[in-house]
Design a binder for this molecule. Structure first.
Ligand SMILES: [Zn+2]
Length: 415
């Protein structure tokens, strides 16, 4: 039994055309017109399958297939939103593989022992509000109504207002929190977004742990002044301070932290940002990740020390705010073992690995047994228009997902 890869890629081609930036990657933010178009297409496909569809307070879609809907379901899926100028495969591949698995199980007329539920998480990338996995955080009860009223986008609109504007019943947020007895297991298929599989020449990654992360906003304030008339020893230059901190973090992560620790500064704003003016203020963001929380703590402490020290040295005012955090997660030995067993039976070339990127699946570990299947990203590229995953790898991942779902949800005598 196998998925229909042509049909799945046809879905993919349809949806990647719903982009705000044609010719320059996929830009499909949650709650945008492109997101609404994508949802309409997916709803039409779900209707063909007779799924019972529910959209929750924040816009997560939960679509159930099967008759015994009171039983805990096997949940499969991922997200459909993207970063700005993102790739075609991130998130969407897992959603479409889930849809395709349900189609095959229906076409083969297999009898289920429990329902299969396709889940499509909203706002995974944090593109609107700067908070990743917002949909799965709301679904698992980490954020409530008050949080949604206070979290805002860069124009000052709250999640609450935006969700209401697109017709979501955001008041239901607490009522829609996932109960542990609703789900038996959750499996997310996702592109790797790195080059570990390609480097090891493997087609399937069986994920055993997902890195946790912390994101900090660092603000350094100095004294803006004339670039020509201010002697070097009279300057309070926050950009010089920021660059010292950034290069120190990079060195520390390489030499003193764990081998799995990674740290990135990818966003910096300098005010007034002019060629002939010493800056007044610099803001930058520090993203630190590890599968071991002690790696994250180590870098967080280094950042504290550095900001204190450098602020002192350069007569700056320094401030650090924690703007996002998620714990590292071990995935379920039951599901990880099953994925591995099925990969083995199918002669897939596979390896166990960790995920350096955070996924909705990580949030779901609080509620149920979770597994993840990775497929290769060519040259490890993701979150960019060049993101590419080969057809044969998507097929292998989709087929593996199908067999794992069969093992979990199809009546014993039909497996
Ligand atoms: Zn993703």
């Amino acid at each position: 039994m196998e998925i229909n890869i042509e049909r799945m890629l046809n879905d993919l081609t349809t949806i990647v055309n719903y982009t705000k930036t044609p010719g320059n990657g996929c830009t499909r933010f949650s709650y945008s017109n492109e997101d609404i178009q994508t949802r309409e297409y997916l709803f039409s496909q779900m209707e063909k399958l007779g799924l019972s569809v529910k959209v929750d307070a924040i816009g997560n879609i939960r679509a159930k297939y099967g008759t015994m809907i009171e039983k805990p379901s096997v949940m499969i899926g991922s997200h459909i939103d993207t970063v700005e100028n993102g790739g075609k495969y991130d998130g969407l591949t897992g959603v479409l593989a889930g849809l395709e698995v349900i189609r095959i199980i229906q076409e083969e007329k297999l009898t289920l022992s429990r329902p299969i539920e396709l889940v499509i998480f909203a706002e995974e990338e944090g593109s609107n509000f700067g908070i990743t996995m917002l949909g799965s955080k709301v679904l698992t009860g980490e954020y409530g109504l008050e949080d949604l009223k206070s979290i805002q986008n860069e124009h000052g609109d709250s999640v609450y207002e935006i969700a209401k504007n697109v017709g979501l019943e955001v008041e239901n947020v607490e009522k829609d929190v996932l109960r542990k007895d609703e789900i038996d297991a959750m499996i997310e298929l996702h592109i790797e977004q790195g080059a570990v599989l390609e480097t090891n020449n493997k087609r399937i990654g069986v994920v055993q742990a997902i890195a946790g992360m912390k994101t900090f906003k660092v603000t350094l304030e100095g004294d803006s002044n004339h670039a020509g008339t201010t002697p070097m020893d009279l300057r309070k230059d926050p950009l010089v301070g920021a660059s010292t901190i950034i290069s120190h973090l990079q060195k520390t992560a390489k030499t003193a932290a764990l081998s799995t620790t990674v740290v990135t500064v990818g966003k910096i704003t300098c005010t007034p940002n002019m060629t002939n003016v010493i800056p007044q203020k610099v803001e930058f963001f520090v993203d630190v990740r590890d599968v071991e929380m002690k790696g994250i703590e180590f870098i967080s402490n280094e950042l504290d020390k550095q900001v204190d020290e450098i602020s002192m040295d350069h007569a700056l005012t320094g401030k650090i705010e924690l703007i996002g955090a998620s714990d590292s997660m071990k995935l379920s030995p039951r599901i990880v073992g099953l994925i591995e067993k099925k990969a083995e039976e199918r002669n897939d070339s596979y390896m166990r690995m960790n995920s350096g990127a955070v996924h909705d699946a990580a949030m779901m570990t609080k509620k149920t047994d979770v597994g993840m299947i990775f497929i290769p990203s060519v040259a490890g590229k993701s979150h960019c228009p060049e993101e590419y995953t080969r057809k044969e790898d998507i097929k292998a991942g989709g087929d593996l997902l199908l067999h794992v779902v069969k093992a979990l949800a199809v009546n014993n005598n039909e497996k």
